[in-house]
Design a protein around this ligand. Structure first.
Ligand code: SF4
Length: 289
């Protein structure tokens, strides 16, 4: 398999074959993100992508899941997607589904019919990271989508039959917007009603616009208790129909997993215990990005 640069994928796609159909992220502006800053976005030559799938078919003939990289692969046009999905079906006899990262804009650029066609061809899951439901925070982190746009994107994905995994970012609003960020993020989870929600904790990475904002005093990262209170507020306000909620990403201080709304009280109780020092938190040296 041929990969250009560092490869990122959701933890839940650890057992998927990763095909790199795009290089980088077409947005590449989020202030906290350094994943693709070293890459100039481009859609990879289709022949190369198909060759990679053929090679993967020889190495992993029983592969059933494919993750299409890089940062917002849904940006590709529908014809290209259908060619890639068809190659996956022809190559992997057990192929069940493909997934990719997407922005709200990527979804809204596709028509309802196009999204349905993609779902029927095997694109069954999108990972979308609004990070926050607070429009002020979304603007400050240059997310490129508003609360309303993320809700509309989710509605279109649901209508097409595509499942959603939503990523939110503790600390994204800084100290200044901590409460609004958490409350609105809970509300956004309600409105987007995804199958999965993963919470990550913001890590300020040197060289990013976020780091420069910290240096200039324009952004202050909340301390651990405030980050836990954000998690608590999000869980309190989120009213999805049935969502797996996880904070087991390496960046988090308190790994939790449960289903919302079913396990809300247990999750809140665990957060309260952590706030009172009765559950140990992950030490700083064990955190990762
Ligand atoms: S959309 Fe995702 S990959 Fe692209 S810059 Fe933002 S966080 Fe990074």
């Amino acid at each position: 398999m041929r990969y250009e640069g560092k490869l990122y994928r959701p933890p839940s796609e650890a057992r998927s074959y990763i095909v790199q159909a795009t290089i980088g992220c077409s947005h590449n502006l989020c202030t906290y993100c350094d994943m693709y800053r070293d890459k100039r976005f481009r859609v990879r030559e289709l022949g190369e992508v198909l060759e990679d799938i053929t090679m993967a078919g020889r190495a992993y003939p029983d592969m059933d899941k494919v993750f299409v990289a890089d940062g917002d692969a849904l940006v590709m046009d529908v014809d290209r997607w259908l060619t890639i999905l068809s190659a996956c079906r022809d190559t992997f006899s057990r192929f069940r589904r493909a997934s990719c990262y997407a922005t709200a804009e990527n979804v809204l650029e596709k028509s309802p019919d196009e999204l349905r066609t993609l779902c029927e061809a095997g694109l069954e899951m999108l990972y979308i990271g609004p990070e926050s439901g607070d429009d002020v925070t979304l603007k400050r982190i240059v997310k490129g989508g508003t609360f309303a746009e993320h809700v509309e994107a989710a509605n279109r994905a649901h209508a097409a039959g595509i499942r959603l995994s939503v990523i939110v970012l503790l600390g994204a609003g800084g100290v200044a917007r901590s409460e609004e960020h958490a409350r609105e993020t809970g509300r956004l989870i309600t409105e987007m009603d995804p199958a999965y929600v993963g919470a990550l904790t913001l890590t300020v990475i040197p060289g990013t616009p976020q780091a420069r904002m910290v240096e200039k005093g324009h952004f202050v990262l909340p301390k651990i208790p405030q980050l836990l209170r954000e998690m608590r507020t999000i869980v309190e306000h989120a009213q999805p129909s049935s969502t797996i909620f996880r904070t087991n990403h390496a960046s988090n201080y308190l790994p939790i997993a449960g289903e919302l709304p079913r396990d809300r009280e247990q999750i809140l109780h665990a957060i309260d215990l952590a706030l009172h020092g009765e559950i140990p938190l992950k030490p700083e040296f064990m955190r990762g990005l």
